[in-house]
Design a binder for this molecule. Structure first.
Ligand code: FAD
Ligand code: SIN
Length: 543
């Protein structure tokens, strides 16, 4: 089958969460934008973000303090220049959201040093998390999505899933330029070739690689996998963040219970009632989340319990309902009244600190290709992301990358004809069960062997299994017509392989990566990030 349609825009943005939608609105002032979402426009990790966005907004806080806290959480692996860039631009990014009409919770008393209520989360030494009650992401995503829908320069493609980037040489350009992407229109079963002068991967994280995750179904690592196949370097994939507190309930599908609950005084205990966090860290419930997640994991395993308790019922009911209306309502649906009783919680995979290597302008290794948001590795989070620093990174890098793209677009240049999508050798699958079976197997062994506590043996077991799966899926992919399930499985398997390989390479425990075989953090003064280089990585990248 040959291509039935092509699309041409100045910029192609794949992903419409915080990173993608911010870029779309910024770029659309002077460029034509195609904004792609594999589900509905707003379905993203961003939509479910609860706690808020960190930024220095209180007069008693400082950029230096936010920088230091971020570097400390990152356990020696943050890029300090990047951290300073993000922290310094934080207040401006928050102002951009406020100017766009995003409505944050206001300060409660005149004594506060800012107009907005700021909450506290693990690792932060000040109150600096601005929020919209406990549904910050929803407020932001819905507000920005409405504006994107109304913008004449933004063309939105919902339920379109990107399959692969199109790269090649361009007249007058060095080899290895990103020219566009092949994208499957899921409702019409048609592959469309999108051509653009700049392509942005804003595809979010890969939590779906794990059996238990706080992430929505869209988080299947597609952007990271596409970038790797196209020849980009991928860094720090071993650093998977497990959020300590997701609701434990068969029907809750890993509903997150925000860290801000602990910021406002919630305590963790065994179901029998005894608190345990003080035994692990003097900051107790407000230690960085790698420490809290490991403490919970350890406590659950030692005591043989299936969950621990999280309790904020000592606070006034009105305060709880006012600050945490989403959590209050959702927990009530599952039979728990958080104003009166503790709730059962467990850790779940939440965030990937590694991703597509990109520079301070969001540029990846291939000319014309940018990566922003959770899909990118910028150096901001090091070995452990501090709470609420992710949305901040999305916003600041969306702005930096947009500025860089606009400068590039102001120079002469054109898009060019793209090679056709070739379906001549494939048929429709008669064995869909292969996809569902492999999907379940992958997520199970990633949870069991590449989870909160790792070991050489567990990682090697996972590596053996992922190799088999990759082989089987590659065969299947070559023979059958693509579907969105197959695209996601292929990507998740590749991303899992990158996680396992990176974890095997790190012979120490640092930040989010903890292994029984090397339980200590190396004393190396200049610890190294883990960089994986694909075979087709070309030195011809533009720096
Ligand atoms: P996302 O928001 O995940 O958006 C990804 C987009 O890419 C989606 O539109 C999706 O459809 C699209 N996409 C993916 N693959 C393809 C493809 N192949 N083709 C087409 N489209 C594709 N961080 C904070 O800083 N503060 C918080 O309070 C906070 N709370 C969180 C709560 C939860 C429950 C979760 C899951 C995360 C939370 N995080 C929080 C982390 C943060 O929300 C994410 O890191 C951030 O939203 C990622 O934004 P993004 O734009 O990179 O990706
Ligand atoms: C939360 O609200 O606990 C999540 C915050 C984050 O992931 O940054």
């Amino acid at each position: 089958m040959s291509i039935t349609r092509t699309q041409q825009h100045d910029v192609l943005i794949i992903g419409s969460g915080a990173a993608g939608i911010t870029m779309a609105l910024t770029l659309a002032e002077s460029a034509s934008v195609a904004l792609i979402a594999k589900e509905a426009l707003t379905e993203s990790a961003t939509l479910y973000a609860q706690g808020g966005i960190s930024a220095v907004l209180d007069k008693s806080d400082s950029l230096e303090s936010h920088t230091t806290d971020t570097l400390n959480a990152g356990a020696g692996l943050c890029d300090e220049e990047v951290v300073r860039h993000v922290v310094e631009h934080g207040p401006q990014s928050i102002q951009w959201l406020i100017d766009r009409g995003v409505s944050f919770t206001k300060a409660e008393s005149e004594q506060e040093n800012t107009d907005y209520h700021l909450t506290k989360e693990g690792g932060h030494s000040h109150r600096r998390v601005i929020h919209a009650a406990d549904a910050t992401g929803r407020e932001m995503e819905m507000t920005l999505a409405q504006q994107a829908r109304e913008h004449p320069n933004i063309e939105i493609f919902e339920r379109h899933i990107a399959i692969d980037l199109i790269t090649g040489s361009k007249l007058g350009w060095r080899n290895n330029h990103c020219l566009g992407a092949y994208i499957l229109d899921r409702d019409n079963d048609e592959v469309i070739a999108f051509s653009a002068r700049a392509v942005v991967l804003a595809t979010g994280g890969a939590g779906k690689a794990y059996l238990y995750t706080s992430n929505p179904d869209v988080a299947s690592g597609d952007g990271i996998a596409m970038a790797w196949r196209a020849g980009c370097r991928i860094a720090n994939m071993e650093f998977i963040q497990f959020h300590p507190t997701c609701l434990f309930h068969p029907k809750a599908k890993s509903f997150l219970v925000t860290e801000a609950l602990r910021g406002e005084g919630a305590k963790l205990s065994l179901p029998s009632g005894s608190n345990f966090m003080e035994q692990f860290d003097e900051r107790a419930e407000l230690a960085p989340r790698d420490i809290v997640a490991r403490a919970i994991d350890h406590t659950m395993k030692r005591s043989g319990v299936e969950y621990v308790h999280l309790d904020i019922s000592h606070k006034p009911a009105a305060f709880i309902k006012d600050h945490f209306p989403t959590i209050y309502t959702r927990c009530l649906e599952y039979g728990y009244d958080i104003t009166r009783q503790p709730i059962p919680v467990v850790p779940a995979a939440h965030y990937i600190c590694g991703g597509i290597m990109s520079n301070i302008h969001g540029r990846a290794d291939i000319e014309g290709l940018y990566a922003v948001g959770e899909a990118a590795y910028t150096g901001m989070h090091g070995a452990n992301r501090m709470a609420s620093n992710s949305l901040l990174e999305c916003l600041v890098f969306a702005e930096s990358a947009s500025r860089h793209i606009l400068a590039m677009l102001s120079e002469p240049g054109t898009t060019q004809p793209l090679p056709e999508w070739d379906e001549s050798r494939v048929t429709d699958s008669d064995e869909e069960v292969v996809v569902t079976h492999n999907w379940q197997e992958l997520r199970r062994f990633m949870w069991d062997y590449v989870g909160i506590v790792r070991s050489d043996k567990r990682l090697q077991r996972a590596k053996n299994r992922v190799d088999l799966l990759q082989h089987e899926i590659s065969d299947y992919y070559s023979n059958f017509r693509v579907t969105s399930d197959l695209i996601e499985l292929r990507n998740l398997t590749l991303v899992s392989d990158l996680i396992i390989r990176s974890a095997i390479l790190r012979k120490e425990s640092r930040g989010l990566h903890f292994t029984l075989d090397y339980p200590d953090c190396s004393q190396d003064k200049t610890p190294q990030r883990t960089v994986l280089i694909p075979n087709n990585y070309l030195k011809a990248k533009a720096e």
